[in-house]
Design a protein. Structure first.
Lengths: 251, 251
DNA sequence: CGCAGTCTTGAGACAGATCAACTCACGTGG
DNA sequence: CCACGTGAGTTGATCTGTCTCAAGACTGCG
C-alpha cells in the first residue's frame, strides 16, 4: 500500500521519476549540486488515467513528465462547452505554462503518469546558477513554440483530412520515432481529444479517418490501434491540400 | 547622405537601435560587460517597407526590432499559394525562430524598421555568462509561446467575427496600450495580412469588419485607421461566440 | 444484464471559401 | 496635368466542407 501512495513513501516511486528528470538534464549535470537543489524543491505526483492535476498545483509550476501521456487543455474563458486541447505531452517532456489572464489551462492524464513538479520561480532561480540548465529549458521552450506555430498553421489553412494526416504522422514520430516506412502504434487519446486538438468535431475526425482508410493510407484496429502503411505518403497528404483551394478550380 | 545609409556611418543610426536593445535588457544590465559583448557580435540592419530579411540572415539568428513593424510569415512546404502569417512583431520585440525542417519562415517589414541581428548560438553562449539576461530571453520565449497558444485556440474554435474582434482588441493593446474604453490607431498591415494571420480570406475579413461597424463597435477611416468605441464590448464579442455552437440550437 | 460512455453512420444546414466584377488610391510617365 | 496601370479594398452570387442533430452500434463496468 505504501508503494502505491507516492506521498507516503519517502523512497520509492518518486525516485524513478527524479532519475528520469536527472537524465533529461544537459550531459554531465544530472548529478551536479544544481541538480540536487532542483530535486530538493521538487514534488512527485502520480496521476491516474483521466485525472486532472489540480490547478493550484499547476499554476506557475514547471512539470516534468517521467512517464505516461497527458493533454494540456484550455477551457475557453466565456462558458464554452468544448475545451481546446493545446498539446499532447509524453514521457520526457517538460511543461511550462505562464499564469496569465485568459481561461484556465489544465493538465489531464490520458494514461497513468508519473510527474515531477517544481515551483517555476524557484526552479529558475536555482537554474540561474547553472546556465547550461537554464539554456536547456530555453531550448525546450523554443521547441514548444515551434511546435505550437506549426500547429497554428495547420489550424488556419489546412483541410480536415490534411489535419488528421498530419496528426497521425506527428504521433507516429512522437510515439515510435518513425518518420518513414510503415509504423504501428496505439493512440493514448480518444477521438474527442483528437478533434479538440485539431479544431474539428468527433464526427469529422471519424469521417476523415474513414477516407484515409479507404485511400489505403492507414488501417485501424479496435478503438485506438493505428497502422500507417507509408508515413511519407501520409505526410504528402498532410502538406498538400488547402481548405478549399485547388479542389474546385482547375484553371 | 551618410546619415541615411546605416552601413556607412559607424556612429549614427545603428547606435539608436543598440540603445533600444540595451534598454530592453533586465534592469541594470544595459551597460554591463555582457551587454558590450552582445553588442559586439550584433549587426544592425534597416528594412524598407515590404522588404524581406534575406533568409541567410534570418536562420538561427535572434532578431531584435528597435522600431517599426514586421510580420513573421511561413510559406507552406508544398507549393501553397497563400502563406500564413505566424505573428506580427513590433518595436521592442525579440524574435527567435529555430531552423527546422518545415517550410521556410521569413521576416517581412510592414513599415520601415530598424533591426539588430545576433547569431543565436553566440548570443546564448555570451548570455550564459549573465543568467539574468538568459532568463529574460526565456521569459520572452515563454510569452511568445503563450501568445501562440492563445492564437491557436482562436483558430480552432472561434468564428470569423470573434477572430476579427479579438485581433482588433489585441492590436489596440499592442499598439496603444489601451485595454478598455475607446481607442484609435493605425493598422500597419493590410487586409490580406490580417486574413492570413487569422486563417480567413480577405473578403471574409472585410465582411466581418463591416458587421462590427454596423454593430457600432468599430469605425474605420481610409485604408487602415481604426477607432474602437468600447474595447471591453469588443473583447466580449471576441470571447463569446464559437464557430457554430449556440447559434442554431437553443435547447 | 443493463447502463453509461465512446464510436459510427447518415441527412440537412450554414459559415466561410471561391469566383467575378467593380471602385478607389496612388505612383508613373507622357 | 491627366490618362494609365497596378494593386489594395469592396461587394455580391454561388458553392462546399464541415458542423449540427439524431439515431444506432460497440465497449467496458458494476
Amino acid at each position: 500500500m505504501a508503494a502505491i501512495s507516492p506521498s507516503f513513501a519517502r523512497t520509492g516511486p518518486e525516485q524513478a521519476g527524479l532519475a528520469a528528470f536527472r537524465a533529461s538534464l544537459p550531459a554531465g549535470t544530472g548529478n551536479s549540486p544544481t541538480a540536487e537543489r532542483l530535486c530538493a524543491i521538487s514534488r512527485p505526483a502520480d496521476l491516474a488515467m483521466g485525472e486532472p492535476l489540480s490547478p493550484e498545483q499547476f499554476d506557475d509550476r514547471l512539470i516534468y513528465i517521467s512517464s505516461g501521456a497527458a493533454k494540456l487543455v484550455a477551457r475557453s474563458p466565456a462558458a464554452s462547452l468544448v475545451d481546446h486541447v493545446l498539446a499532447f505531452r509524453f514521457g520526457g517532456d517538460l511543461i511550462s505554462v505562464l499564469r496569465q489572464s485568459d481561461g484556465d489551462v489544465r493538465l489531464i492524464a490520458l494514461s497513468d503518469c508519473k510527474l515531477v513538479i517544481f515551483p517555476a520561480a524557484a526552479f529558475l532561480d536555482i537554474a540561474q546558477g547553472h546556465p547550461a540548465v537554464l539554456r536547456s529549458v530555453l531550448t525546450r521552450a523554443l521547441q514548444a513554440l515551434h511546435h505550437s506555430r506549426t500547429r497554428m498553421m495547420q489550424m488556419g489553412h489546412k483541410s480536415a483530412e490534411a489535419r488528421i494526416a498530419d496528426f497521425l504522422v506527428s504521433m507516429a514520430g512522437r510515439l515510435t520515432g518513425c518518420t518513414t516506412g510503415t509504423c504501428v502504434f496505439v493512440l493514448p487519446m480518444g477521438r474527442r481529444d483528437i478533434g479538440d486538438s485539431l479544431g474539428l468535431t468527433v464526427e469529422t475526425v471519424i469521417c476523415q479517418l474513414d477516407r484515409l482508410r479507404k485511400a489505403g493510407l492507414v488501417e485501424t484496429e479496435g478503438r485506438s490501434k493505428v497502422c500507417i502503411a507509408d508515413i511519407a505518403a501520409l505526410a504528402r497528404r498532410a502538406g498538400h491540400e488547402n481548405r478549399l483551394a485547388g479542389i474546385t478550380s482547375k484553371k
